[in-house]
Design a protein around this ligand. Structure first.
Ligand SMILES: Cc1ncc(COP(=O)(O)O)c(C=O)c1O
Length: 390
């Protein structure tokens, strides 16, 4: 392995505590946070350079028209290189963030009362987007087999009715960490075509797959699925710059692009200068950082899986194929109520509550393992102690 450029193993908790981001700033200082999806690692050097240069020049004015920054071309280049996806930059728009893209897509391509398919358990903004836009949740529950979380295609087919308009896909999937296989994506694409659904594909974790597993953008499967798909992605998750607010929406047809743009631009909001240039630096120049971080995360993924197996009796967990989020089924521990709440109260460790990922997931919790191995050890030990102390 190439020598490490970034000291991922040696994070200073006192410096982390000074961060003003959501992860480190929501809870009191004595609580160790392992919840919202931010990483604790240092930034990639090219991203840091871009941001520092802007500050050195006191250069925080407006960006030029975002399209003229070249970001859509960089996005197309990146999709081609990483995923073999040939993208026309003209079919991409720069948006403020992935969740915004999800909300706007639901708003534009369905009516209040229409059904939106969501595969639960799910990253909570998917549920909020359906609810807050007055749409109806068409729940496609993933099922927990012995090998991990799978799609129940029969249940999915039977839950669709005439007013189901959108398939909101999260791939790689947060919180289960699944990277859907080609045959699974083909099954979903088939259903979308049969029922004339618009697919809104959140692929923001696509750069964070493990074990060499390929991420397959659903829009690459066939022209028929591409033309009904809006793909949302950004550099913010894989390169840990969510505070810079910048994402890309790719439209598989002009119908989708013009429908999306029918909300006036200023209502959709603007994109910050730093987000655009940080994204370009991430995608163009930061691959070595990503390789290093991804391999470190894969090691952490294994640490979590081994620890759960050996030290957390009653907890079920399928090692993730992507993301840095571990989804733990704690129902077998005998603990009543929310495990995250119990762990927070007894061990001063903040995890995500399972209930926010869908109905019936109260006995689950999500752990963010994007931190140094020693802090991860502390996190896991606190979880163990919490279950012992119940
Ligand atoms: C699946 C998924 N989509 C979107 C986001 C957030 O993206 P953004 O900050 O661009 O809205 C996250 C963040 O954790 C996520 O896990």
């Amino acid at each position: 392995m190439a020598p490490s450029r970034y000291n991922l193993d040696d994070l200073d908790i006192e410096l982390l505590k000074q961060r003003i981001s959501e992860k480190w700033n929501t809870y009191p200082a004595d609580i160790l946070p392992a919840w919202v999806a931010e990483m604790d690692f240092p930034l990639a050097a090219p991203i840091r350079r871009v941001l520092e240069n802007a500050l050195e020049r006191d250069d925080l004015g407006y960006p030029i028209n975002p399209r003229e920054t070249g970001l859509c071309e960089v996005f197309a280049e990146r999709m081609g290189e990483r995923f073999g996806w040939s993208v026309d930059p003209q079919m991409a728009d720069i948006v403020t963030d992935v969740v915004q893209g999800l909300y706007v897509s639901i708003d534009r391509f369905s009516e209040p009362g229409d059904g939106v398919i969501v595969q639960t358990p799910i990253y909570p903004p998917f549920l909020n987007a359906v609810k807050e836009t007055g749409r109806r949740l068409v729940e496609d529950r993933l099922v927990q087999g012995s090998d991990g979380w799978e799609i129940d295609f029969d249940a999915l087919r039977s839950s669709i009715d005439e007013r189901t308009k959108i398939l909101a896909l999260c791939n790689p999937h947060n919180p289960t960490g699944r990277v859907f296989r080609r045959d699974e994506l083909e099954g979903l694409a088939q259903i979308a075509i049969e029922h004339d659904l618009v697919v809104v594909a959140d692929e923001v974790h696509g750069d964070l797959t493990f074990d060499g597993r390929p991420h397959i953008p659903i829009a690459t499967l066939s022209p028929e699925i591409a033309e009904r798909t809006i793909t949302l992605t950004s550099a913010t998750k894989a390169f840990n710059i969510p505070g810079t607010r910048c994402a890309l929406a790719h439209f598989g047809s002009e119908r989708l692009q013009s429908g999306y743009r029918s909300i006036p631009r200023h209502i959709r909001g603007g994109i910050g200068l730093l987000g655009i240039y940080a994204t370009i630096a991430a995608w163009r120049e930061s691959s070595d950082w990503l390789d290093e971080v991804r391999s470190y995360l894969q090691g952490n993924r294994d640490v979590v899986a081994d620890f759960v197996k050996q030290r957390l009796p009653g907890v079920e967990h399928h090692a993730c194929e992507a993301t840095y989020l571990a989804w733990l089924d704690c129902r077998g521990t005998g603990l009543e109520g929310s495990p995250a709440r119990h762990i927070l109260e007894t061990q001063r460790l903040a995890l995500n509550e399972g209930r926010t990922f869908g109905e019936g997931f109260d006995g689950f919790t999500r752990v963010n393992f994007a931190t140094s191995r020693s802090l991860l050890g502390e996190i896991l030990e606190r979880i163990e102690k919490a279950f012992q102390a119940r």
